[in-house]
Design a protein around this ligand. Structure first.
Ligand code: F6R
Length: 588
């Protein structure tokens, strides 16, 4: 997973590239680099570190040239070293390439290229592309044709952008199972892994399809399909605005995004009723129904399944996306797969969808990024409308998913357009007021090595989500589970002072959860209750407002998100960029 931005303009591009690179840094932040062509020479500067560090060390902003590309890396192939940072050049530095993805056949290609005298400088699979491209370019002397010929030899996933020293007016790109889009401006065109890279300059976007190859100049875009034929596609206007991708007055994107939720739960609810109806109809008619997603989106999927089963009496299986291919025995024509994804580019989800389609299943998706691969490959799509989520941890996208999933389930239940979103928005705003209390909890528990989250029934996925959020932001070991499961093993780990968050709204499972809480307390646990109903069993109590039961996970998620965020800050982690993680997991 890496961030790509390339730009051909009339003016110097270093500043434009840096601005874009910082916005796609959430996609990877091991190392970064930039290449430009100036006075007929291709220059590359790169190194290990965050964009701001490389910018300072390598003085990226001083690179001249009106054609350039930049990359932020999340290492998947080859260690985090200066040499492995992108861009990669060919032997004679005639060609520079940036890449996101994995080239599966890089070894045989590398051997063959070495045998032909090519010298490699890095351990990456990407460098193979630059040598291949150089060889093809020498042969055909046409950037677009050379790119087509080179990518035909690649197996695996890729989104690439390439520059050619003797053609400073041109940049080429290609994609297969990894995102690459075109930004169309006035006397400036872009290639990028997502809209955020160029949103400050243009909102006109062309989404490339798989296996398409593109050539941009400052004022033209030429797309060629896998059959070599010219593809004509008009740009679409994306709804995201520059203000959506600034931190405003917040210290971190994650905190800003947590605080946006009173608004985003409402914007997520604004859906075309006809489309919701189509989605619901597909679910009702499905011969077999699967819900699939990864990480936080999977937790939203679990919530969706619960109501589909219990209230709508529609049978659904939920399978993590990376495992769906192992669960296809009953999948076929007439099956429906519901895929949830913030990015719409998660490789596991895309693979699951491909597998579903191979079996003849219909795909209905709930996704944030309009124009993403998932959105374009689905039969019915509902968008989350919560704006770009830059913080690596999913926060507002989770609550938006819960809203949209609930709209679908309500439609399956034949309910008229549900309301109550203004009240939900107020409740989320109220829940956010727990921040002071959360900070006190962080002070008390910041050095504890383990945290547990328990809940029952509909809220069980919220326990999983609380634990996931804490792990990824604070690096504290955390586990979430149904409270009923404790006694089957985990109770052995509870000792004096072990913090356990008990998510326990008033309702059918309240009393049972309280019994589990008592059990935990008897073993010395420090209980942190998250509920609309207080009980003396809790050592600490975070009150969340009572809302309709189907929306309780939304208000319960708020203190858990804040807890993870403030733990990260207290432990001096950067909550926007947790170690080893990237926002959009575009590799399997
Ligand atoms: C957790 C998190 C990840 C994502 C997962 C799926 O905070 O962000 O677990 O939820 O990688 O990503 P999407 O929803 O983009 O498919």
């Amino acid at each position: 997973m890496c961030g790509i931005i390339g730009c051909v303009a009339e003016e110097p591009v270093a500043g434009i590239l840096l601005e874009g690179l910082k916005r796609v840094e959430y996609r990877g932040y091991d190392s970064a680099g930039m290449a430009t062509i100036s006075d007929g020479r291709l220059g590359v500067r790169k190194g290990v570190g965050r964009v701001s560090e490389i910018e300072g060390k390598q003085r990226l902003s001083t690179m001249s040239g009106s054609t350039g590309m930049a990359h932020t890396r999340w290492a998947t192939h080859g260690g985090v070293t200066d040499e492995n940072a992108h861009p990669h050049t060919s032997c004679r530095e005639l060609v520079a390439v940036i890449h996101n993805g994995i080239i599966e056949n890089y070894l045989p290609l590398k051997r063959a290229l070495k045998a032909r005298g090519h010298k490699f400088r890095s351990e990456t699979d990407t460098e193979v592309i630059s040598h291949l491209l150089e060889a093809e370019y020498k042969r055909v002397r046409d950037p677009l044709q050379a790119t087509r010929a080179a990518v035909k030899k690649l197996k695996g996933q890729y989104a690439i952008a390439a520059m050619f020293q003797d053609r400073p007016d041109v940049m080429t790109g290609a994609r297969k199972d990894a995102p690459l889009i075109v930004g169309v401006g006035n006397n400036v065109n872009f290639l990028a892994s997502d809209v955020l890279a160029f949103i400050g300059r243009t909102d006109r976007t062309i989404f490339l399809d798989n296996l398409e190859v593109v050539e941009i100049t400052k004022d033209a875009v030429k797309i060629v399909g896998p059959d070599g034929r010219r593809v004509r596609r008009e740009p679409t206007q994306v709804a995201w605005e520059l203000s959506d991708v600034s931190k405003s007055d917040y210290a971190h994107f994650t905190l800003k995004e947590i605080n946006e939720q009173p608004r985003t739960v409402v914007s997520a609810s604004v859906q075309d009723p006809e489309r919701v109806e189509r989605f619901a109809r597909a679910l009702k008619r499905a011969k077999s129904l699967y819900i699939t997603a990864s990480g936080t989106s999977y937790h939203a999927g679990l919530l969706m399944k619960f109501r589909l089963n219990k209230e709508a009496k529609v049978r659904a299986d939920v399978v993590v996306a990376g495992e769906l291919k192992e669960h296809t025995e009953f999948m076929g024509k007439g099956s429906v797969v519901v895929a949830l994804s913030q990015s719409g580019e998660t490789a596991d989800v895309l693979e699951a969808v491909k597998e579903a389609k191979r079996h003849g299943a219909k795909v209905c998706s709930i996704v944030n990024a309009a124009g993403s691969t998932l959105a374009r490959e689905s039969d019915v799509v509902l968008l989350l409308n919560c704006g770009p989520e830059v913080g690596v941890a999913a926060t507002k996208s989770f609550t938006a998913q819960v809203v949209v999933a609930n709209l679908v389930v309500d439609a399956v239940l034949g309910k008229k357009r549900p309301n109550g979103f203004d009240e939900l928005s107020d409740a989320v705003a109220e829940a956010l007021k727990c921040e002071r209390q959360v900070k006190d909890l962080v002070n008390e528990y910041r050095d504890r090595p383990d945290f547990y989250f328990v809940a029952r029934g509909y809220e069980s996925p919220v326990a999983l989500e609380g634990a996931l959020k804490l792990k990824e932001l604070s690096y504290i070991h955390a586990e979430g589970m149904p409270a009923s499961e404790l006694k089957h093993g985990t109770l052995a780990l509870i000792e004096k002072g072990t913090p356990v968050v008990v998510i326990n709204p008033s309702g059918p499972s309240h009393a049972e959860s309280l019994s589990n809480a008592e059990e935990l307390k008897a073993r010395g646990a420090d209980l942190i209750g998250v509920s609309d109903e207080k009980d003396e069993v809790y050592r600490h109590f975070v009150r969340v407002p009572a809302v309709q039961p189907k929306f309780m996970p939304i208000v319960e998620a708020i203190p858990l998100q804040l807890l993870a965020y403030h733990f990260a800050v207290a432990r001096k982690n950067n909550p926007d960029y947790p170690r080893n993680l990237a926002k959009s997991v575009t590799v399997k």
